[in-house]
Design a protein around this ligand. Structure first.
Ligand code: CP
Length: 341
């Protein structure tokens, strides 16, 4: 088995072999509630740095680390700790008293693992696409690093969803038809989850359809990365601009809003574009066009804006299973990264 990477920023870092082994470890751990590994992280301490809010990520990491015998410290940079300067060469005469270089050296002295959540600003695509906060931690930190969602990727969500897809399809998600559908929102939304879910579906060899209005396609290099991953895994990838057409015959419908690169930093224009569009929300009528599809959603979700109560509460909704699998996927990931499984 190849060595696990020291950082986990995108699932593109995992070969098919590593991905499969990690999914299998998550499923094995889940089956006995991690009893076999309950001392595996004894004497290990993780730092969880949240630049942004979280329910699932924060609590699943803390709960998972505790179940493996380790401990964790949650830090809210900027409110509980000093504000961090990320720019090199800067005269630090403004409001940020600590540089990322010292932050990383300090954390490495106390912790065996550092996990970071850092959303994009959504003011400038040129800035967001650099994913500069997670990249700075990656550059300067000498201990293992896990992204708990950055500007561009949410790899832990995608890994957990891969575990769920394995459970739903008896270990063989490849060849199943999955739709990743955009939805209207009330404010600009990062594209990290959508990027990672699309890439993961392609890595698993699924037939992925990205459903979104024209001009709302995922951006940067994501579409070419997803296409390349699908080609390598034997899956397929297409972009469709009709939600009803995309959902026809789907085995899985995954919904997520996102702001496309061209509209980042232009919230008024984005809202005007939404107003010109027909409804883009998952409802019972759309789901009836699918092949009795499972409904997936990373949560949190705004009911009756993105998805109707009827769909998210239906027996085909697996959102609870997805949320639960966050902990199992991350436990497997940490055990592999720290070399204890
Ligand atoms: N899906 C997800 O990452 O949830 P939180 O934002 O609550 O962590």
């Amino acid at each position: 088995m190849p060595a696990f990477p020291r950082t986990f920023i995108s699932t593109s870092q995992l070969s098919a072999e590593l991905l499969q082994a990690t999914i299998q470890l998550a499923l094995n751990g889940k089956s006995d509630n991690w009893k076999r590994y309950r001392h595996a992280l004894e004497d290990r301490v993780a730092a969880l740095l949240f630049f942004n809010p979280s329910l699932r990520t924060r609590s699943s990491f803390q709960s998972g680390i505790a179940r493996l015998g380790g401990s964790s410290v949650v830090l809210d940079p900027g409110s509980e700790t000093w504000q961090i300067e990320f720019q090199d060469g800067k005269v630090m005469d403004e409001d940020k008293p600590e540089h990322i270089r010292e932050v990383c050296k300090t954390l490495a002295g106390y912790f065996d693992l550092v996990c970071v959540r850092c959303f994009p600003q959504l003011k400038s695509w040129e800035q967001d696409k650099r994913d500069s906060i997670i990249s700075a931690f990656e550059q300067h930190l000498k201990v293992p690093l896990i992204s708990m969602e950055s500007s561009l990727w949410h790899p832990c969500q995608a890994l957990a969803d891969a575990v769920t897809l394995h459970e739903l399809f008896g270990g063989r998600p490849q060849g199943k038809n999955m739709v990743l559908s955009w939805a209207k929102h009330v404010k600009p939304i990062p594209m990290a989850v959508s990027n990672s879910v699309a890439l993961m579906a392609a890595q698993l060899g699924m037939n992925l359809r990205l459903a979104c209005p024209e001009g709302f396609e995922l951006g940067g290099e994501v579409l070419s990365q997803v296409s390349a991953a699908a080609e390598q895994s034997g899956g397929t990838f297409s972009v469709m601009h009709s939600q009803p057409e995309a959902i026809k015959g789907a085995d899985v419908v995954y919904v997520k809003s996102w702001t496309p690169p061209a509209l980042v930093g232009k919230p008024s224009e984005e809202r005007r574009r939404w107003d010109d569009l027909p409804a883009w929300m998952i409802d019972e009528k759309l789901m009836a066009r699918s092949a009795n599809a499972y409904f997936m959603d990373c949560l949190p979700e705004r009911r009756n804006l993105i998805v109707t109560d009827g769909v998210i509460d239906s027996t085909r909704s697996v959102v609870e299973q997805q949320a639960a699998n966050r902990m199992h996927a991350q436990n497997a990931l940490m055990l592999r990264m720290l070399g204890v499984a």
